[in-house]
Design a protein. Structure first.
Length: 256
């Protein structure tokens, strides 16, 4: 039975995916930011294959998460679910800028590079990625005027491009998934998307035997492949993004 690691799985879509996959009999490794936060797993903890902890806004913790996953053995799939959206009043400091970039872009990149390579990689994107910019200067918004919405859109363009890049470079089955604007803790109570459908596509892509290899690297919404931002499919942009992230982290994808 497939072994699946899901980041950010204490609540929201990550938890919904974990619960659904465990109910179907899959071995699931869940992730929480801290040991204290992991207490919120409750009874889910006893049904999971393992629990790993680490704050994905910190590079050292992200390395530690990868070490914990690798110690459990090779995963068949990884769902990069963790993400943040910082409103301007909460994200107007340098720490806020760095947190958005670190969790939404750097962590999926680092974990993809550091975790023993699975057969499938799934990245949580957003329809807002279509408003992302392909400018790779000042990725952590250190000098630019802070714009929470733009930073979020840019980060989702990044992971959409990473899904396509790793499909091309590694030959693994990858997807970027738009779950819709759903009423999770991050999405907020005003969200109009279908919460029941929000986790389905990523869980399906991580496990289904019906997905053909020729769709690898695609962008999906509710099990339907859609056309992403043009830059996500631009191999030049993909390669420049990976070079930029490798330069920041000091970690380069194997085979590159």
């Amino acid at each position: 039975m497939a072994r699946i690691f899901i980041t950010g799985s204490v609540d929201g879509l990550g938890r919904a995916a974990a619960e659904a996959l465990i109910a179907e009999g899959y071995d699931v490794v869940v992730h929480a930011r801290t040991e204290e936060r992991a207490e919120a797993f409750g009874s889910l903890r006893s049904h999971a294959l393992g629990v790993v902890t680490g704050d994905l806004s910190r590079a050292g913790d992200t390395h530690y998460v990868a070490d914990q996953v690798n110690a459990l053995g090779r995963m068949d799939a990884v769902i990069h679910n963790a993400g943040v959206y910082l409103e301007p009043e909460r994200g107007s400091t340098a720490d806020g800028h760095a947190r958005t970039f670190a969790i939404n872009t750097l962590a999926p990149y680092l974990l993809s590079v550091l975790i023993q390579r699975p057969e499938r990689l799934v990245y949580l994107s957003s329809g807002l990625h279509r408003s992302g910019t392909d400018v790779l200067d000042d990725l952590d918004w250190d000098t630019r005027r802070w714009d929470a919405g733009q930073a979020y859109a840019d980060s989702k363009l990044h992971v959409t491009a990473l899904a396509a890049a790793f499909a091309r470079r590694w030959g693994v089955l990858t997807a970027s998934v738009d779950p819709g604007w759903v009423p999770t803790r991050m999405g907020g109570p005003s969200a109009t998307g279908d919460l029941e459908q929000g986790h389905v596509t990523q869980a399906w892509f991580a496990t289904s035997s019906e997905i053909p290899r020729d769709v690898s690297g695609g962008y999906w919404h509710h099990k339907r492949q859609q056309r992403p931002h043009p830059s996500a499919l631009d191999t030049g942009f993909q390669d420049r993004l990976i070079e930029a992230l490798a330069g920041i982290t000091g970690e380069r994808p194997a085979g590159s």
